[in-house]
Design a protein around this ligand. Structure first.
Ligand code: SF4
Length: 353
């Protein structure tokens, strides 16, 4: 085995920190052997905090309307081929009720940046879910807002917020987004969310166009510094109705290696084995868990509209009913010795409010 790489992984396990050049070395010299070594350590660390439990989040994609035009995204404003939809408050509440009966104790309300969903509408929705079930965690994933809006959602009862930063490198951000979008604003949003008291999920794409190994090293440094409670990473997957049609998708191998390194950087972090991983490989989510992840996000969106929330191509799990989705993941996790649990799935050490 690459002894230098092995020594860096040992150091990461001990100190939760490496220098930029050391991360670059690891990423440039990834081999199956080194990745396996890192995964073994990552699994042991995850085991220490979470045992064999895999947390679930019930994902409700409630609107595919978005005012933004991110260059990689299948539901970007500029894609005229998408059939747009928006779930009503009642439909969302039906999905959360169904999810609760299936054993979900946390819901992720995810959508594009849809102006119809004003702060008042989001607050009303959050309050109603909270009235429905006091013991659930409510997660919002509805993009960039101002502090007042984030505060209002929090005061209404939201506990968590997911906002993928997509890249920690401003220059790369500019290549992946239209000019009117601001990397600085996005990063400020993450800091604001943390200050307000949310459990915060950040995240980035693995191997989108223009990304270099040095950019991925910056991501790892960002995790060290910012310490998000959760970090969602998935391979970039091409969508042919975007300007990046014809580009190459990212790999499962690099994504899994990064999952292991992130687990070693921040042992208590919540790490999803993403649907993007499952899309790129039939056992993608199992491989993610075996690399140190501890969260899966089954889909609770009504089946009738699921196919229309296609951020990337060939997304899996668009045809199954919610119960089937949960059952399928249950079996998959059991097959590798893990267990889906009925739990809010807070980050280890988090003080619940
Ligand atoms: S990535 Fe998010 S913000 Fe960007 S276009 Fe897609 S849904 Fe909208």
């Amino acid at each position: 085995m690459d002894q230098r790489g092995k020594a860096y992984i040992d150091q990461l396990e001990r100190e939760h920190h490496l220098a930029f050049d050391e991360y670059v070395y690891l990423l440039k010299n990834r081999s199956d052997e080194l990745a396996e070594y890192a995964a073994k350590k990552a699994v042991a660390v995850r085991q220490h905090f979470y045992g064999n439990a895999v947390y679930t989040r019930g994902l409700i994609e409630f609107t595919n309307i978005c005012k933004n035009n991110c260059l990689y995204c299948g539901i970007r404003r500029g894609n005229a081929t998408v059939e747009r939809y928006r779930l009503s408050e009642d439909e969302i509440l039906q999905s959360t009720e169904e999810g609760y009966q299936l054993g979900f104790r946390t819901f992720v309300l995810q959508g594009g940046e849809d102006p119809y969903y004003t702060d008042d509408r989001i607050c009303s929705l959050v309050r109603k879910i909270r009235e429905q079930h006091r013991d659930v965690a409510i997660t919002l994933s509805i993009g960039e807002k101002e502090r007042e809006s984030y505060q209002a959602f929090f005061d209404a009862g939201a506990n968590r917020y997911l906002l993928r930063h997509e890249t920690a490198n401003e220059d790369l951000y500019r290549k992946l987004h239209p000019e009117e979008m601001s990397w600085k604003h996005r990063m400020d949003c993450l800091r604001t969310l943390k200050e307000i008291g949310y459990q915060v999920g950040a995240g980035f794409m693995v191997e989108p166009p223009y990304q270099k190994v040095e950019d991925l090293a910056m991501e790892l440094q960002f995790i060290e510094d910012f310490k998000p409670d959760m970090c969602g990473i998935g391979p970039y997957i091409v969508h042919h109705e975007t300007p990046f049609r014809g580009e190459k998708s990212g790999t499962v191998e690099m994504t899994c290696f990064l999952l292991s390194l992130i687990r070693l950087i921040y042992p208590e972090i919540l790490l999803p084995a993403t649907t993007a991983l499952g899309t790129m490989h039939p056992r993608g989510r199992e491989l993610g868990i075996e690399s140190g992840a501890n969260v899966v996000m089954p889909n609770l969106t009504p089946v009738g509209v699921r196919k229309q929330y296609e951020l990337y191509e060939n997304k899996i799990c668009t045809g199954e009913e919610s119960a089937q989705c949960r059952g399928c993941l249950d079996q998959r996790m059991k097959s590798i010795g893990y267990e889906l649990v009925i739990d809010r799935g807070d980050r280890f050490g988090w003080n619940r409010r």
